[in-house]
Design a protein around this ligand. Structure first.
Ligand SMILES: Nc1ncnc2c1ncn2[C@@H]1O[C@H](COP(=O)(O)OP(=O)(O)OP(=O)(O)O)[C@@H](O)[C@H]1O
Ligand SMILES: [Mg+2]
Length: 462
């Protein structure tokens, strides 16, 4: 063989090797801090740790739009609304489904892209239970350049018996006790009407996100914002209010005047599909330059129960565990394996919100209740009919047990609800995901395999 041929073969082999190396992860639009693979493994490990909080975010809304999966259509709907003067948007959906992530990232993106919104930074306000429109507008209006109707208040505590809070800045007459001023909060003037607010908003441009709107308990405030939306619409102001919160419909969240319904865009945020959940894991691992076994991703999809919170939590736990093992020189393969998932499930269970764990402890006291809850949680159909629950249970325990008493108990405990007669689903969808995770974490592998096989036969027979 001539030396030229030998040279060409060697060059081909090298090229093939390089191609395989770079096929590992798709190139991202925007470079992360992570370097290309030729750098020393110890630094890769450090950089994975550094980028992890940006890529997997179980404790916060998604931080960058490239990590927001499956919401392109909804972003376009929001774009369609934002181009119209005086429009308002209501973003609603189940707890934990991704409403805040969508509202924040879509409005940031559209403020960058739409000529009419250029230069605007969206104003974000998360409502607390004790908030009234005075608190909310007091925080928002100064950011729109409206100061006139906003008054600063001091939160003052005294060393005497009485403690006084939220006093308007005024001469404090009684000087005989020690006062500690802890903060100065803005409030709008009391008895302010929506019309006065609108008068001050003329000529202003802005996008306001009012998140966790369902938490408003003050009745006056509940009436104030629909009225403000109507006035903004009537006056065709360049200020858009985006109301975000938990609800099955717009009316569930906010009752607006029928005359402005055509100026209001309702955006329902659905659960992510299995494929979109898969993309969170796949893109996240790729961004961290990690490979993965497909079975590891499939397990993450199954345990997430279509809620991105658990996807982020599981993936974060898996990557952290990998980094810890790499630090101890136990791992060098930069590959997430299916065998990494069970430990992450146990960790996710340990770090779940107390309300979820407490409710689980309550049902766990009855074996039958736990079985029924797991069946309703893990079945693909939702809601599940009574007959179907019975079918699954019979396949599981091998005999036909009465379930009416158990179902009633689970409904009374607030775990399940009955959307229609004879149909059951979880009241809190996050609880559903937790029941799957926790049950699987607590059950020995062999027993779990038997249960999976029994329930799987019923699913296939459908
Ligand atoms: N489209 C998405 N793609 C990837 N991750 C997402 C997506 N939407 C939400 N998440 C993740 O899911 C979790 C919940 O998101 P988010 O806080 O936006 O939900 P929410 O509906 O506002 O929750 P809540 O009802 O508690 O206010 C977070 O960990 C977030 O990072
Ligand atoms: Mg939210």
């Amino acid at each position: 063989m001539g030396s030229l041929q030998l040279f060409l073969r060697a060059a081909q082999r090298r090229w093939g090797k390089m191609k395989r190396r770079f096929r590992r992860a798709p190139i991202l639009q925007q470079a992360l801090a992570l370097p290309e693979p030729h750098i020393r493994p110890a630094s890769v490990r450090d950089l994975i740790e550094r980028d992890l909080p940006l890529v997997f975010t179980p404790r916060s809304p998604v931080r960058e739009i490239r990590f927001l999966q499956g919401r392109d259509d909804l972003i376009e709907d929001i774009r369609g609304a934002l181009v119209h003067l005086g429009s308002a948007i209501v973003i609603y959906g189940e707890r934990g489904v991704g409403k805040t992530s969508l509202a924040q990232l879509a409005s940031e993106k559209l403020c960058r892209e739409l000529p009419s919104l250029q230069g605007i930074t969206p104003i974000y306000y998360s409502v607390s239970e004790s908030d009234t429109y005075q608190h909310i507008l007091g925080a928002i209006l100064p950011r729109l350049g409206v100061e006139k109707i906003v008054t600063k208040v001091q939160t003052t505590s005294t060393s005497g018996e009485k403690s006084r809070v939220n006093l308007y800045v005024a001469e404090l007459e009684d000087k005989s006790h020690t006062e500690t001023t802890t903060a100065a909060k803005p409030l709008v003037e009391p008895l302010l009407s929506p019309q006065v607010v609108v008068d001050h908003l003329h000529g202003k441009r802005g996008v306001i996100i009012l998140d966790d709107y369902e938490r408003i308990t003050d009745q006056e405030t509940r009436h104030f914002f629909p009225e403000l939306i109507k006035k903004i619409s009537d006056n065709r102001l360049a200020v858009t209010l985006i109301v975000v919160g938990i609800g099955d419909s717009t009316h569930d969240l906010i009752s607006v005047h029928p005359s402005i319904e055509r100026n209001l865009t309702a955006i329902h945020v659905p659960r992510l599909t299995d494929e979109q959940i898969r993309q969170i894991a796949v893109n996240g691992f790729a961004a961290l330059r990690l490979r993965y076994e497909p079975e590891a991703v499939e397990q993450i999809v199954r345990y997430s129960a279509n809620f991105p919170f658990y996807t982020h939590r599981l993936c974060e736990g898996i990557v952290r565990a990998y980094v810890a093992q790499a630090r101890n020189n136990q791992r060098h393969d930069w590959t997430i394996r299916a065998s990494d998932v069970p430990a992450a499930i146990r960790e996710a269970v340990r770090n779940s919100p107390p309300s979820l764990t407490e409710a689980y402890e309550q049902i766990k006291t009855s074996e039958r209740a736990l079985q029924v809850a797991y069946i309703v949680a893990s079945a693909r159909e939702e809601p599940l009919t009574r007959a179907r629950i019975q079918e699954y249970l019979t396949a599981w325990v091998g005999e036909d047990k009465d379930i009416d008493h158990t179902l009633k108990k689970l409904v009374d405990q607030g775990m399940l609800q009955r959307p229609e007669t004879g149909q059951y689903c979880f009241c809190n969808p996050l609880q559903r995901a937790y029941v799957i995770l926790r049950f699987r974490a607590d059950t020995p592998a062999e027993q779990l395999a038997r249960i999976d096989a029994a329930l799987g036969r019923v699913t296939q027979s459908a």
